[in-house]
Design a protein around this ligand. Structure first.
Ligand code: PA5
Length: 475
């Protein structure tokens, strides 16, 4: 993608926060005065994030990903070319931050029925992201791939995540039984020097590996090799993704709320959270962006859901992310959003130009209930429904705002991802918490180790056995 300043400007995503304000929501909305009062906090959050850019020890290495990966990107493109030529199937094995990004980019930028297209149209291998240890899913994946024609991208920063390593053990065993050299079928994305995948790579004689840098946590890793290799295998323009992220970074250099979309969104959400809006609904009006909500849910939930401040005081903060899809969930959840408790902020992701318009033919002329649709396009319909839902929510006094996306492409996806990452970092700074740790996730991982008898976890196993459910309470 050739990007002039003009093209960049035309692809700029914008935030319309009209429906958060008291002008439209009356006393349920945010007043100019409240926004003014939060400017100081927003400015200091901005200064905190800007001042700590790139600091690996604070897990802020992700801020520099749009700028420091020239050699890595070249290597990724080379590797992807080889994989596209050699393999019929490409399977990501990973979970959480190691899987949600690849799934999201796949659905955002590829054909919605990519795997069903003939190879000539796809031009790349069939693509699967396996982010669970459901035994049925594992078996049924193996039913639809030919392991001899498959490349597995094992993504795990720690190399110690039970789910991913279980999947690895299964596929390594199957490859060996099929007479294949495991090394020829796997690419690792992992820590530079620590972790089990580094050891396994050595044992196998040097597996092609990409590094997930020290300062990049799983949920902030989509613009690292975690996301870039799968995207490149799919033929996605990863350079444009990084350029979109850099463009968003540039827009967010200013602490001026009215010019920095990530800081504005963080401030609106912060004010809303203080006002008891404990639920944040992400509602894209686009099937392509459906999994962006899953990716965002992890980013927002795992980063902000914390019980202690940076100053050591106890707190229980965070906002529960809820995923909804426009228009589908208008016929499912919107009733609750409009008339239920006043505990939500709805973020709409609105697309200004869809890659298809799909004209609606005239017909059923004797039935006005149907014939009025003829002559419009499906693009007009989905956009009208988006506007109508925002209008209905606003009329009912419900906070909502819209992120306007000129079109969905690699550049705008890069903008969006970087915008949400910055928004999350700003919001965490406002809440004065550690945005980048996840002790709650680690606790579950350790309990699983104990239950399955990992050496060193005997004490925890005892405690878990002691806490077995009392039959009295099982009906
Ligand atoms: O965001 C995170 O840190 C987590 O969701 C991790 O990505 C997830 O637990 C997987 O960890 P790992 O990459 O070490 O296998």
């Amino acid at each position: 993608m050739k990007l002039t300043d003009e093209i960049r400007k035309s692809l700029r995503i914008r935030v319309d926060y009209t429906n958060m304000t008291d002008k439209y929501l009356g006393e349920k909305g945010i007043s100019q005065k409240t926004l003014e009062e939060h400017k100081k906090l927003a400015k200091s959050a901005h200064a905190y994030v800007s001042g700590n850019r790139g600091r690996d020890e604070l897990f802020m290495g992700w801020t520099e990903l749009p700028y420091n990966q020239d050699e890595i990107v070249a290597d990724i493109l080379e590797t992807a070319k080889f994989i596209r030529r050699k393999f019929e199937y490409f399977v990501v094995l990973g979970i959480g931050g190691s899987a949600l990004g690849p799934s999201m980019a796949f659905s955002a930028l590829c054909h919605l029925h990519y795997n069903d297209l003939p190879r000539l149209k796809r031009r790349g291998p069939k693509f699967y992201v396996e982010d669970n240890v459901d035994p049925v899913r594992m078996k049924e994946l193996l039913d639809v791939i030919d392991i001899k024609k498959t490349c597995f991208n094992v993504i795990s920063k720690s190399g110690a995540t039970s789910e991913t390593m279980t999947q690895y053990l299964i596929i390594a065993d199957l490859l060996e039984k099929a007479g294949e050299n495991v090394k020829d079928h796997v690419v690792f994305t992992t820590d530079a020097s620590r972790g089990n995948l580094v050891k396994i790579s050595k044992e196998l004689g040097g597996v092609k590996s990409f590094v997930l840098g020290d300062g990049v946590g799983g949920r902030f890793s989509e613009l690292s090799p975690v996301g870039l290799l799968p995207a490149a295998v799919l033929g996605i323009d990863i350079k444009a993704m990084l350029k979109g992220a850099a463009y968003m970074d540039k827009l967010c250099k200013t602490p001026d709320l009215k010019k920095n979309p990530a800081l504005l969104s963080a401030t609106l959400q912060y004010i809303a959270m203080k006002d008891g809006k404990n639920i944040g609904v992400m509602m894209p009006y686009s099937d392509n962006l459906r999994y962006l909500s899953d990716w965002y849910a992890q980013l927002w939930a795992e980063s902000l859901g914390k019980n202690v401040t940076l100053s050591g005081e106890s707190c229980n903060v965070g906002q529960t992310p809820v995923k909804a899809l426009g228009v589908t969930d208008q016929h499912s959840q919107v009733q609750l959003y409009t008339e239920g408790p006043f505990d939500k902020v709805v973020t709409f992701l609105s697309v200004e130009s869809y890659k298809e318009k799909s004209p609606i033919p005239h017909g059923c002329e004797s039935i006005p209930d149907v014939s009025f649709l003829g002559g419009h396009t499906m693009e007009e319909l989905i956009q009208a429904e988006n506007r109508a839902t925002a209008f209905a929510l606003t009329k009912a006094g419900r906070m909502n705002y819209t992120i306007l996306i000129p079109e969905i492409n690699a550049f705008t996806l890069g903008e969006l991802l970087y915008c949400f990452e910055l928004q999350t970092a700003y919001a965490g700074a406002m809440l004065n918490i550690d945005t980048f740790n996840q002790p709650g996730v680690e606790a579950g991982k350790k309990a699983t180790f104990a239950l399955l008898g990992k050496p060193g976890y005997e004490g925890q196993k005892k405690a878990l056995d002691g806490a077995a459910p009392d039959p009295e309470y099982i009906v």
